[in-house]
Ligand binder design. Structure first.
Ligand code: MSP
Length: 504
C-alpha cells in the first residue's frame, strides 16, 4: 500500500512561522517512518495563494497579489529543506495545472447537480476566508481566532449544496470512526454535521484574485474549494509526464491544525462525494503552538522565527523539541526557555552523552572494536516490542507517544551504563568478557534506538549511525539484535552545549 501524506497549504500573506514548520515536521516524520518500512511514499506540501488573505495583504503593501505570492511562496519552499523536510513536491495553487484541475472537478460538481445560484448574506472573516455561522461569532461580531471584527457580506454567488451531504457524511463518520482523529475532533466535526449543514458559497463575485469559474467569467472559486483540491490536483502533475493519481489517491493522511477542521472534515469529504472522487483515509488534527497563551500567528504578531531557531540549534533540535514538548493532537506552549531546557537536558545530556560515552568507552577500552557475541538479555527485555509499538503509534499519527517510547529507552540505556559501571569492569582483566557484553549491548541498543529516532532527527541519527558503522535505516534494522556492530569511529558532539548566544 502506498502512503500519501499532506500538510495544509500555507497562506502566502506573510513569511512562514513556527506554526507552519510544526505541521511540515510532523508530516515529514510520518513520511520518513513509512519509507523505512519500504512503502511507496508521497509527501506533499505547498502554498495557498488565492483569496482575501493574500489579496488584502498585497493591497496593504501596494503590490499585486501575484507578486506577494511569488515572494512568499519562495520562502515557504525554502523552509521545507531547511527543516529537513523530504517532501516529494511543492504545490502552488497558482500553478496553471492546479487551476485546470480545480475548474474540471468543480465543473463536474456542477454537472452532477450540486451547484445553484443564490445570494449569501452573513458574517465573514477575511483573514480566515470563512463564512461564520451565528454560533461561531465572538462578542462584538469578532472572529474567535483573529479577534478582528467580522464583515457583513451580501453577495450573489453560486452555492455548493452542502446540505445534501448531511446524511452521507453522518454515514461516513459512523462507518469510518478513524476518519477524523483525535476522538475529540471527530466528535466536534460530527456534532457540527448533526447540527444541520447549510449550503456554502462555491464562488465569489466581489473578488478577482482566484481561479476563474469556467461557466461565469465574473466569478472566481471560493478559495477553500480551490485550496482543498490541491491534495488531489498535485498528483496529476507532480511528476512531469506521469499521472500519479491512480497510484496514490486517496490520501492516507491529511495533517491539519484544529483551526481548519470544518473545511477538512466536512466540506472536503462532501465535495469529493459530489465530484465522485474517493475519500481520504484519515484527517489528523493537531493543536496550536501557543506563546503567552495565544495561538502563534502572523496576524497576532507573536511568532517565533523558525529560521533563527534552526540557525542556532539546527533543524534536528527544532524537530525534536516541537514533537516532544507539545503532545501531537493537543495545544501546547512553546518558549525559548523550554526549548533551551530540553536541548540541554535531553539532547545534550541524555542522547548526546549516551552516544559519546558509548563510543568513548569502546575507543578507550577496546580500540573501537566490538567483539561478536550475545547481547545482555537484561537490556534486551526492555527493548522487546519497541519497534512494533512505535509503528502502531505512528500509524495513528501519535508522533509524541512514539517519541516518548524511544526516549524511555535512551534513558534506560543511561541507567544501564550506571548499573553496569564499565569503568569498574575495565579495571579487572578477569571481567573482560563482561565488559565486552556490556559494551556490545550498549552499542546495539543505541543503534536500534537511533534507527527509530531517524525520522525525527535525520541528520544527527545518520551521523551517529555512521560512527557506529551501521548505516542501515530500514525498519527491520530497528529491532534490538538486528544489527552487528564491529567497530566504532570517533564522533563530534551531536548536540554541542557551547552554542553561540541568540542573535550572535
Ligand atoms: N491556507 C489555509 C489552509 C488550506 S489547506 C487546503 C490556511 N493556511 S495558514 O497558513 O493559515 O495555516 C495553515 C496551518 O498552519 C494550520 O492549519 C496549522 O497546520 C499550521 N499552523 C499555523 N499556525 C499554527 C500554530 N500557531 N500552531 C500550530 N499550527 C499552526 O489555513
Amino acid at each position: 500500500m502506498p502512503f500519501y501524506v499532506t500538510t495544509p497549504i500555507y497562506y502566502v500573506n506573510a513569511a512562514p512561522h513556527l506554526g507552519h514548520a510544526y505541521t511540515t515536521i510532523a508530516a515529514d516524520v510520518m513520511a520518513r517512518h513509512h519509507r523505512q518500512r519500504a512503502e511507496e511514499v508521497f509527501f506533499l506540501t505547498g502554498t495557498d495563494e488565492h483569496g482575501e488573505p493574500v489579496a488584502d495583504a498585497a493591497h496593504a503593501l501596494g503590490i499585486e497579489p501575484q507578486e506577494l505570492a511569488d515572494r512568499n511562496a519562495e520562502r515557504f519552499r525554502a523552509l521545507a529543506p531547511r527543516l529537513g523536510a523530504s517532501n516529494d513536491f511543492f504545490i502552488r495553487t497558482t500553478d496553471p495545472q492546479h487551476e485546470a484541475v480545480v475548474q474540471r472537478v468543480l465543473g463536474a460538481v456542477r454537472d452532477n447537480g450540486h451547484v445553484y445560484e443564490g445570494t449569501y448574506e452573513g458574517w465573514y472573516c477575511p483573514r480566515c476566508a470563512d463564512f461564520k455561522a451565528d454560533n461561531e461569532i465572538d462578542e462584538g461580531n469578532r472572529c474567535p481566532i483573529h479577534h478582528t471584527e467580522l464583515t457583513r457580506e451580501q453577495e450573489d454567488n453560486y452555492f455548493f449544496r452542502l446540505s445534501a451531504f448531511q446524511e452521507p457524511l453522518e454515514r461516513l463518520y459512523e462507518e469510518h470512526p478513524g476518519f477524523v482523529a483525535p476522538r475529540s475532533r471527530y466528535n466536534e466535526a460530527l456534532s457540527f454535521i448533526r447540527s444541520g449543514l447549510r449550503d456554502v458559497p462555491l464562488t465569489r463575485h466581489k473578488l478577482s484574485w482566484g481561479v476563474r469559474v469556467p461557466w461565469d467569467e465574473e466569478h472566481v472559486f471560493y478559495v477553500w474549494f480551490d485550496a482543498l483540491l490541491n491534495y488531489y490536483s498535485a498528483l496529476s502533475y507532480a511528476r512531469p509526464g506521469t499521472d500519479l493519481t491512480d497510484e496514490l489517491w486517496p490520501a492516507s493522511y491529511h495533517l491539519i491544525g484544529k483551526d481548519i477542521l470544518r473545511f477538512h472534515a466536512v466540506y472536503w469529504p462532501a465535495l469529493l462525494m459530489a465530484a465522485g472522487i474517493e475519500l481520504p483515509e484519515h484527517v489528523f488534527v493537531h493543536g496550536f503552538l501557543l506563546m503567552d497563551g495565544e495561538k502563534m500567528s502572523k496576524s497576532l504578531g507573536n511568532v517565533l522565527d523558525p529560521f533563527a531557531v534552526i540557525e542556532r540549534f539546527g533543524a534536528d533540535a527544532l524537530r525534536f523539541y516541537l514533537l516532544r514538548e507539545v503532545p501531537f493532537g493537543a495545544d501546547g506552549s512553546v518558549s525559548t526557555a523550554s526549548f533551551e531546557l530540553r536541548y540541554e537536558s535531553e539532547l545534550a545530556n541524555e542522547l548526546g552523552n549516551l552516544a559519546s560515552r558509548t563510543i568513548g568507552m569502546l575507543s578507550r577500552y577496546r580500540d573501537g572494536g566490538v567483539s561478536a557475541g550475545e547481547l545482555d538479555p537484561v537490556l534486551g527485555r526492555d527493548f522487546e516490542g519497541l519497534a512494533e509499538t512505535v509503528r502502531t503509534h505512528i500509524d495513528r499519527a501519535e508522533m509524541t507517544l512514539a517519541l516518548d517510547q524511544i526516549w524511555q529507552r535512551v534513558k534506560r540505556m543511561n541507567r544501564y551504563v550506571e548499573e553496569q559501571a564499565p569503568w569498574v569492569l575495565a579495571k579487572d582483566e578477569a571481567r573482560a568478557g563482561e565488559l565486552d557484553l556490556v559494551l556490545r549491548t550498549l552499542a546495539e541498543g543505541l543503534r536500534a534506538a537511533t534507527v527509530l529516532l531517524w525520522p525525527y532527527m535525520p541528520v544527527s541519527c545518520e551521523r551517529l549511525l555512521a560512527a557506529l558503522g551501521a548505516p542501515e535505516l530500514s525498519f527491520a534494522a530497528a529491532e534490538f539484535g538486528a544489527g552487528a556492530i564491529r567497530g566504532v569511529r570517533a564522533l563530534d558532539s551531536l548536540f554541542p552545549k557551547d552554542l553561540p548566544p541568540a542573535g550572535a
